[in-house]
Design a protein around this ligand. Structure first.
Ligand code: FES
Length: 534
């Protein structure tokens, strides 16, 4: 069958069932900003005629269908087709799914809009004022997700609400420890100011990089919103971390912080206004609440599970209210295993065992294994009986599954043990939340994966190893880095701000360690198997 590509005027022969995105990237180098994960909307095209597969859940959520468009990465060709590709190249994205929203930015030409803090939140302290929306100053905003490993940012045109350029950079705090626990220890030993300076430096360096790409100056940025986990929040604002290091692990400050960025120690962005939403609990930060805002603005049908997978995995069960918790999953998902390399070009993202041997999915020359590649390898070993449910590799593997010989890329017995611990932690989190609500797996209308890592995990692999409930894989949707989407929405939409405050007062934090069933559920979770019965 044939696909006609307009306005290029090219006609190509394709196989039935091929993805439009594969055809278009092969023929006209069509960009796929989120790599075809289905959450960015950047691959929207217009199918002018011909038979294609019906709209997917992602396309309905993003709202492309009502505009008469389709996501190329979710549309398969079923007959002769004519497709129109846009002339404008989409902005490369590092953020996640964006819901439809009414543009109502914090800084409006029409004048200042003052908003009071909700009564349920304490009065702001420090030298910052309460949330106040000022006028003038500029038309550009910067949204930031201050992650433990990476900092992602989006420069926003406040007149149109569109991103101008997006990107990410390494968090320079990595030089003081890879994880939040080490960094808290450093802060407790008196290095708090250094860590604060590094966080600011990381944000400002990223801002400079984005400004350069957009051909503007840092002074043009009038507002900066920053979301992050509770430790990043405290370190950025120079707050003491003592309360985060001992039970019940309370964040030092639970309130919106808003004020001149200069007062918070910014130099390059000293002309900007800084807005930082509050964390909910010790290990449920404003990044997780941003995920929740996006999920709610997408109007996802309840009940649903929202899981932000990472070193510290946040799990939220949304019914008529919201239960949240966090699970220390360790660094296996962040590819912190000997063959791990994170989500870089050359990372193996998928592994398939076949009769003929091992097949790996990788862009370019393989350099290592990503977190999703590791999960994929473990799932395949289970499917092929090369791994038992209790995590023991079969004798014939001799303690390792070799994926590539040169450079040597493999999954070892030890890596499997790390995955097992991570799975047990995440399983315990959603299992206990669901038990508290008396819900079975069949009750769930969806399982939504947030975070960059979660976006690349194959749902069937995640189900196979018991990381998520055994639901119909069609109900598992990747939302991408919705923490950054949330940071964007705080700048662009008053509705997002109001929803945040509502969800903040609705959400209840569940401390897993205090749950009487925790140890039993955790042990159950170390078995790598489908969670078939609730
Ligand atoms: S590439 Fe298709 S939605 Fe991002």
């Amino acid at each position: 069958m044939r696909v006609r590509i307009l306005p290029v005027g090219m006609e190509v022969e394709v196989d039935k069932g091929e993805l439009l995105s594969d055809i278009l990237s092969r023929t006209v180098s069509f960009p796929l900003p989120c790599g075809g994960a289905g959450y960015c909307g950047g691959c929207s095209v217009r199918v002018l005629e011909g038979e294609v597969t019906p709209p997917s859940r992602e396309e309905q959520l993003i709202g492309v269908i009502e505009k008469g468009l389709r996501l190329a990465c979710r549309t398969r060709v079923m007959g002769d087709v004519a497709v129109e590709v846009p002339r404008i190249t989409p902005v490369a994205t590092v953020s996640g799914m964006m819901p439809r929203f009414e543009l109502n930015p914090l800084i409006s030409k029409s004048g200042p809009r003052d908003m009071a803090l909700p009564r349920s939140l304490p009065e702001p302290s420090l030298s910052f004022k309460g949330i106040a929306f000022r006028s003038g100053g500029g038309e550009i905003g910067l949204a930031v997700d201050l992650g433990t490993t990476n900092i992602s940012g989006s420069l926003l045109d406040l007149r149109s609400g569109r991103p101008m350029v997006e990107g990410f950079a390494r968090n320079p705090q990595v030089s003081r420890g890879a994880d939040v626990i080490t960094r808290m220890e450093k802060a407790l030993e008196g290095e708090g100011e250094v860590l604060k300076g590094l966080a600011i430096q990381g944000i400002e360096d990223l801002a400079s990089k984005l400004c350069k790409a957009a051909d503007i100056r840092e002074d043009d940025i009038s507002i900066v919103s920053v979301v992050g986990n509770s430790v990043m929040h405290a370190l950025l604002l120079g707050l003491p971390v003592d309360s985060l290091s001992v039970a019940p692990f309370e964040p030092p400050l639970k309130m919106w912080v808003s004020g001149p960025a200069e007062e918070a120690g910014f130099e390059k962005l000293s002309e900007s206004w800084l807005v930082v939403p509050p964390p909910l609990a010790g290990f449920v930060g404003s990044d997780a609440l941003s995920d929740l805002i996006v999920a709610e603005m997408l109007e996802l049908e309840r009940p649903y599970l929202l899981i932000d997978l990472g070193t510290n995995t946040e799990v939220m069960l949304v019914t008529d209210d919201v239960l949240t918790t966090s699970a220390p999953a360790g660094s296996a998902f962040e590819s912190n295993v000997p063959s791990g390399v994170g989500g870089v070009r050359g990372a193996i993202n998928r592994v398939r065992v076949t009769e003929g041997g091992i097949e790996v999915e990788v862009e370019g020359r393989p350099v290592g294994l990503s977190g999703s590649g590791l999960i994929s390898a473990v799932a395949e070993m289970l499917r092929w009986g090369l791994l038992s449910e209790n995590g023991r590799m079969s004798k014939e593997l001799e303690g390792r599954l070799r994926l590539v010989d040169s450079p040597r890329i493999e999954v070892t017995q030890r890596d499997v043990r790390e995955v097992q611990k991570a799975v047990a932690a995440v399983y315990s989190a959603w299992r206990i939340l669901m038990r508290r609500k008396g819900l079975s797996y069949e009750d769930l209308k969806g399982v939504y994966l947030a975070g960059t890592f979660g976006s690349h995990v194959d749902p069937s692999d995640a189900i196979e190893i018991g990381l998520i409930p055994s639901v119909d894989p069609g109900k598992v949707i990747s939302l991408g880095n919705t923490a950054l989407s949330g940071a964007k929405l705080f700048i662009l939409s008053e509705d997002a701000f109001n929803r945040f405050n509502k969800l903040y007062s609705m959400a209840t934090y569940v401390d897993l360690a205090r749950d009487p069933e925790f140890s039993d559920v955790f042990i159950e979770g170390t078995y790598l198997r489908r969670r078939l019965h609730s």
